[in-house]
Design a protein around this ligand. Structure first.
Ligand SMILES: N[C@@H](CCC(=O)N[C@@H](CS)C(=O)NCC(=O)O)C(=O)O
Length: 240
């Protein structure tokens, strides 16, 4: 005999296990992606920062990649920012994905591509010399041109509704803004659609909350520790 579904339990939104902890590093853009998604979803999540130069044993024992973010739910240890973002999206308020399977797939493809851009941008920021920096700038610009050519909505990737793919790109735009404000390096000069998208994202509450007032200082310190030429030569405004 068919059973009548229990509506109370079926419609109740699942909640993230309360003991869940996001293992993080302060300036990590992949951590930022997961934290932005959590804020957008209204999912409260504890954050634990670790020192990536001296990773704790308990982390190395559980993480196959040794990278942050990782989400310890108390039962499971979930890794890779894209997977964590998708997992958090299962909880809380309305989904941060578009309605159709093809739109969702497209969002995921471009969110994945954000990682390529973030890596080039990181290499640019940490470059020890001008030639190296230029090489990473070219790689980043070429990748950003591909995004520009495929961006067909505004203000966000899908139009009016913020999605996971927006969370994936937001940290990239925060760092572009950092380079513009502190070094007069404008990476978006010939990318008007990306500039608009970036402006919408960097003004978004969740993005501002994750990148607090200490963010620029933390970036500066990280760059100094890695011997970035951008720290040795703080002004590039006259180089152009
Ligand atoms: N594909 C990973 C990349 C994460 C990643 O590269 N995180 C950096 C910090 S921003 C990290 O943990 N680096 C430490 C290491 O590679 O040893 C993800 O999306 O989660």
């Amino acid at each position: 005999m068919l059973q009548t579904p229990n509506r109370n339990t079926e419609t109740k939104a699942p909640t993230l296990p309360p003991e869940s902890v996001l293992i993080s590093f302060p300036i990590c853009p992949f951590v930022a992606r997961a934290r932005i998604v959590a804020l957008e979803k209204g999912v409260d999540i504890k954050v634990k920062f670790i020192d990536l130069q001296n990773k704790p044993d308990w982390f190395l024992e559980r993480s196959p990649t040794g990278t942050v973010p990782a989400l310890d739910t108390g039962e499971d240890f979930i890794f890779e920012s894209s997977v964590i973002a998708e997992f958090i999206n299962e909880f809380g308020q309305q989904s941060l994905h578009p309605a159709t399977p093809s739109a969702r797939a497209l969002n995921r493809s471009w969110a994945e591509f954000a990682s390529t851009l973030l890596r080039s941008q990181y290499m640019l920021l940490m470059s020890a010399g001008l030639a190296e920096m230029e090489q990473h700038r070219l790689a980043l610009t070429s990748a950003m041109q591909k995004v520009e050519a495929n961006l067909s909505h505004a203000p966000y990737f899908n139009g009016d509704t913020f999605a996971i793919v927006d969370a994936a790109y937001a940290p990239l735009f925060v760092r572009n803004e950092f380079l513009l404000e502190t070094r007069a390096i404008d990476l978006l000069a010939d990318l008007p659609k990306l500039r608009k998208w970036g402006a919408a994202l960097t003004q978004r509450c969740s993005v501002c909350q994750v990148h607090g007032p200490e963010h620029y200082d933390q970036l500066e310190e990280h760059m100094a520790n890695r011997g970035s030429i951008l720290v040795k030569r703080p002004s590039f405004a006259g180089d152009r």
